[in-house]
Each structure stands twice: as structure tokens, then as C-alpha cells.
Ligand binder design. Structure first.
Ligand code: TEU
Length: 578
């Protein structure tokens, strides 16, 4: 499974579509869409391990989330996506599930979960759970049985291949966490497939029993009253046959078939939000997966921007092109607006912190974090705030000794084994490693940022918690947190940000991202300077004046003359034009 091949193939296929990008100008009529609660909702990703620890074991938990529901309510979010809290040996921090229908004792128990759902609903907050259906943990009883013998009833829950006479390994597919995608199993003299860590054996969705087990799992959690599901890499359920090439494209029809049957069997029976992390889905085929009429899921995560800013290897950071960044958002809008729904994210638990990657976490920390909030929350698609971004949490000064993430550790070991000096690869690994997003939430300036009463949290607390924390920012009217609250109010007060058409008005500008949102006679102009430089932007509206500004990320006045704005570094504002 060659991720690099997949990404370069994707880049080639998609670049051809920029040229004929044309934005749609016919508005979606919100009434004729099967209106669902999630369409004008704002999501918030809770990485449970790092959100709030109620027991003092150094790890976040379900009760900890419950303790913070009032904070989330005050922020203005409508639903939270909670990352996996099921029994797991934590090779991949919960994305290696050993029991789909339980709660790992470190996070609490099923009663705690049911109480969280009940309390959240009482406070008007909905809950999405995370279903990891393309693989289990190698400690799952299913896999322990499967690997014991070829004739074990669970053997075909997984993907096995006999050794080839020449090299042993069935083929040259590579894991997405370094190394080969095959691991040898002595007991049956076979290899099993793992797209991620070797402790995450891929499930064999060709087996109807597997599909039945997973459908029952989804039903188990939906019957507890949850309001939706985030599906982890769900298109990897349809694996190429051993002789096929390792790109993803050949499998989308099968992935769609599997998802449609899951939807028909279970998902469609609930008024829920479903969102898929779907490698291999882009704006050209997304409507087949999340189309309002025929889609098996309701929405998709648009993560294509995460491939920008590197040379093809995520741990080789480079500058990124804002024009390419715009092209991605434009293409997804052109491909899906009026047909289905996307999601807007700037980071998540797998990526470096947004303000460090797309903004500036030093000299322009506050304006750039607020600019990103302005951009994210004026986007088309369901927006997701990643925990801590609302207070401007940044990448952390990690060392190799701090690493907890399997992707980072495997990559580090692979580079060392290949004889590559740390000085060459470590800075990029530290800059883009997933642990950056997973440092504990910074609640206040007490020990461990108020995240835990334990001596140490499970992962290093970012030392900047002394200044960057919820308590500080709640008191400061000009804080990033209070700006998020204002921006959320602006989005909720204006349906144009949910249902409106979108038009980029300065496509080829490498510094400023300016676009309009229009709906039912209302029109807004969003201007975001994505760079740490002063730059001019001509709105093309000579009589545009400051009094049209709805929200602005600087306290100093906007410098606008005859419709031309002299933008400060990372300056952002929204004008109401009509
Ligand atoms: O992520 C899928 C995925 O591809 C990520 O591994 C991401 O692209 C990569 O880290 C970027 O380099 C999902 C989960 O979000 C992730 O946390 C899990 O590790 C992974 O699947 C396996 O379940």
C-alpha cells in the first residue's frame, strides 16, 4: 500500500481539474435539502486522551469530557466527535481496538459513557463516536483466534497470503507507518496485511461475517443515543486483490458498495451525522459517497490540504502555495456544492497544529490564529474545531524522548536504520509529528495545565501553557478564545455561511485568500491575509467602507482607501456587502 504513490497519483489527477475550476452560482435552496440538524452545526474534535483527566491517572477520560461540557457549550459548538475510547493496547492510541463494544477502563466504563451522552444532550450538545472499521488491534480476540490456525472460524476475518517462493512477502505494499504492509505469522505460515502498524491487522470486509459484526457494532453505539459516527479510513475496507496495483482508485466501487449496505442495514435508520475519512475520495467521486440523494454517508472530511507543504514526504516540510490551497477548496466546492456535504478542517489529531502550520506561532501568533478561525468558520461545509485551536495551542518543543506516536517512532527508527543522520530528518519529524496535536489541553496555568492532577500527563505538556490556557483567555476580551466565540456567533447568525454559494475572487494571489458567500440576497466578503507580510488587496469595490465590517482580527482600524485594503500580517475581516 504505497501512500506516496497514492498521493502523487492524486496530485496529478487533481491538478488537471484546477484549470477548469468554475464555481457554482446557483444557490442551494436549504429547504429542498433534506434538512438535518448537522447542516448548520459546528463540530469540535475531542482527542479524549488529552482533553481532561478526572481520575488523576494522567490520561483524559469520559468524565473529564463531561466536566467540560459547559465550556464547550459556552464556546458555541453543537456536537463533539470523541476519538476512540474502546479497549485498546494503545499501539496507535486507541485506533487499534481490541473490543468494539466496550469502554477501556482507563477512560471509564459504559455507564460513564451513557451518563456523558445524557448530560451532553441535556446541555444541547450532540455526540459522535469514532468507528475504526478497517482494522482491529492484534490483541482483539478475533485476531488471537484467527492467527492460531487456518481453519479457525475467525481466520477469514483478516487478510492472509501465503509466502511467495522467492521473497516471502506477498508483494511490495508498504505500510503507512513505515515498513512493509505484511507481517509473518508462524502458526499458519502466512502473512497478514496491515496498512498501518503491524499491531493493526486489516479486516477482511469480503467476509460477510465481518460486515455483520461491524454493522452490529455501529448499531450498539447508535442505540445508546449517539448522534453520529466518524468513520476512520473507511474506504480502506475495500482492499485491492494481491495482484492489483496498490493505488486506491481501483477499489472505490467496492468501498461504495460496502458502505451502502452498512447504510441500508443500520445508519439510515437514525437521524444522525455520519462523516467519513475516505482516502481515494475526492471532489470528482465524493457525490457517490456523500451525495444528498444517493450517498451512503452524510459528509466527508476534505483533508487534501494536508498533502500541501511538503515534498511528498509529510516529514519534509516546505512552504506551501496558497493558490494550491485555494484550488483544493474550490474543487471540492465545485464537485459537491448542491449535491452533498463536505467538512472544513485545518488540522486534527493526525496533523501539526494549525496555527504552527498555516499561521505563525511566534510573532503573529494571535492574529494568525484568529485569521484561521475567520477562514475556517466562514467556509462551506461542516466546520470542525480541533481541541485547543480555539485558544491557539501550538506545536510543542518535542524531543525524540517525548515521542509517543507510533507513526513518529516507526519513521524515526526507519530513518536511523537507513543511516540517515538525525540532523537531516529530525527537525521535519518534530515539526509535523502527530504528537504536536496531542499534547494535553491547556486549561490553566497550574501544574500540567490543569489537565491532570497526576505528577505527569501521558504526553509532555506544552511549556507555553503558562500563558496559553483557557483560564487566561476567558478573562481577556481580545483573546483567541473570545474571537472564536464571536466568529461562531457570526456564522450562526448568517445562513449564508452554511448554505451560501462561494466564489474566490483573487484566485492567483499567493498571499491573500478573498472569497464571497451569498445566500437569499445576503452577501459577505471574507478577506484573509495568509502571510506574515503587509500586503495590498483591492476589493474592486471602491465605495467599500469600514462600517460594513462584521468581524476583524486586529484592534487597530482597517486601512481601506477606495476599496483597496492595506492588510497587516495575517489580517482578516468579513464585510457584509448586501
Ligand atoms: O488516520 C488515517 C491516516 O491516514 C492518518 O494516519 C494520517 O493520514 C497520517 O497520520 C498522516 O501522516 C486515521 C486516524 O485518524 C489515525 O489517528 C490512525 O492512526 C489511522 O487512521 C489508523 O487507524
Amino acid at each position: 500500500m504505497n501512500k506516496k504513490l497514492f498521493k502523487s497519483l492524486l496530485a496529478v489527477l487533481l491538478s488537471s481539474s484546477i484549470a477548469n475550476a468554475s464555481s457554482l452560482t446557483t444557490e442551494v435552496n436549504s429547504s429542498n435539502l433534506k434538512s438535518n440538524w448537522w447542516q448548520n452545526a459546528i463540530g469540535y474534535e475531542v482527542y479524549i486522551r488529552s482533553f481532561s483527566d478526572s481520575t488523576g491517572n494522567g490520561i483524559g477520560d469520559l468524565r473529564g469530557i463531561e466536566d467540560k461540557l459547559d465550556y464547550l457549550k459556552a464556546l458555541g459548538v453543537d456536537f463533539i466527535w470523541i476519538t476512540p475510547f474502546y479497549p485498546s493496547p494503545d499501539v496507535d492510541m486507541g485506533y487499534d481496538v481490541s473490543d468494539y463494544k466496550n469502554v477501556d477502563v482507563k477512560y471509564g466504563n459504559l455507564k460513564d459513557f451513557e451518563h456523558l451522552v445524557q448530560t451532553a444532550h441535556h446541555k444541547g450538545i450532540k455526540i459522535l463516536v469514532d468507528m475504526v472499521f478497517s482494522h482491529t488491534s492484534d490483541q482483539s480476540p478475533w485476531f488471537i483466534a484467527a492467527k492460531s490456525a487456518k481453519n479457525n472460524p475467525y481466520h477469514d476475518y483478516y487478510v492472509w497470503e501465503s509466502p511467495t517462493s522467492t521473497v516471502g512477502m506477498p508483494n511490495n505494499w508498504q505500510s503507512w507507518f513505515s515498513g512493509p504492509a505484511w507481517e509473518y505469522n508462524q502458526a499458519t505460515n502466512e502473512y497478514y496485511l496491515h496498512i498501518f502498524a503491524k499491531q493493526q491487522p486489516a479486516l477482511n470486509w469480503k467476509n460477510p461475517k465481518v460486515r455483520e459484526e461491524l454493522a452490529n457494532t455501529a448499531k450498539f453505539w447508535l442505540d445508546k443515543g449517539v448522534d453520529g459516527i466518524r468513520f476512520d479510513v473507511i474506504t480502506l475496507n475495500a482492499l485491492p486483490d494481491i495482484k492489483q496495483s496498490s493505488d486506491l482508485w481501483g477499489r472505490m466501487p467496492l468501498a461504495r458498495t460496502y458502505l451502502e449496505s452498512l447504510n441500508q442495514q443500520v445508519l439510515s435508520k437514525y437521524n444522525i451525522l455520519t462523516v467519513g475519512e475516505m482516502p481515494g475520495v475526492d471532489e470528482r467521486n465524493a457525490d457517490q459517497f456523500v451525495g444528498s440523494e444517493s450517498g451512503a454517508l452524510k459528509t466527508v472530511f476534505q483533508l487534501d490540504i494536508m498533502s500541501l507543504g511538503n515534498d511528498g514526504n509529510k516529514f519534509h516540510p516546505t512552504d506551501y502555495s496558497l493558490v494550491e490551497f485555494k484550488g483544493i477548496f474550490q474543487r471540492w466546492y465545485d464537485g459537491l456544492y448542491g449535491k452533498g456535504w463536505s467538512s472544513a478542517v485545518l488540522d486534527n489529531h493526525d496533523q501539526a497544529r494549525a496555527v504552527s502550520r498555516w499561521g505563525n506561532d511566534k510573532q503573529y501568533w494571535q492574529p494568525s490564529a484568529k485569521m484561521l478561525a475567520t477562514f475556517l468558520l466562514s467556509q462551506w461545509g461542516v466546520p470542525y474545531i480541533y481541541q485547543g485551536d480555539e485558544i491557539g495551542m501550538t506545536n510543542a518543543p518535542l524531543t525524540v524522548q517525548d515521542f509517543k506516536d507510533v507513526e513518529e517512532i516507526n519513521y524515526y527508527n526507519e530513518q536511523i536504520k537507513a543511516g540517515i543522520p538525525e540532523s537531516v530528518f529530525l527537525p521535519g519529524l518534530i515539526a509535523r509529528g502527530r504528537d504536536n496535536a496531542r499534547t494535553p489541553m491547556q486549561w490553566n496555568n497550574s501544574k500540567n495545565a490543569g489537565f491532570t492532577t497526576a505528577d505527569h500527563a501521558w504526553l509532555k505538556v506544552n511549556p507555553n501553557y503558562q500563558t496559553i490556557n483557557v483560564a487566561n483567555e476567558e478573562k481577556d476580551p481580545h483573546s483567541i478564545l473570545n474571537y472564536y466565540k464571536q466568529m461562531i456567533k457570526v456564522r450562526k447568525a448568517n445562513p449564508a455561511f452554511t448554505y451560501g454559494t462561494m466564489q474566490i475572487i483573487n484566485y492567483n494571489d499567493e498571499n491573500v485568500y478573498a472569497f464571497t458567500r451569498e445566500y437569499q440576497g445576503k452577501k459577505f466578503l471574507i478577506v484573509c491575509n495568509f502571510r506574515g507580510i503587509q500586503t495590498n488587496f483591492d476589493t474592486g469595490i471602491p465605495n467599500l467602507t469600514k462600517d460594513k465590517i462584521l468581524i476583524h482580527n486586529y484592534s487597530e482600524k482597517v486601512n481601506i482607501v477606495n476599496g483597496s485594503i492595506n492588510l497587516k500580517p495575517f489580517e482578516a475581516m468579513i464585510f457584509q456587502l448586501k
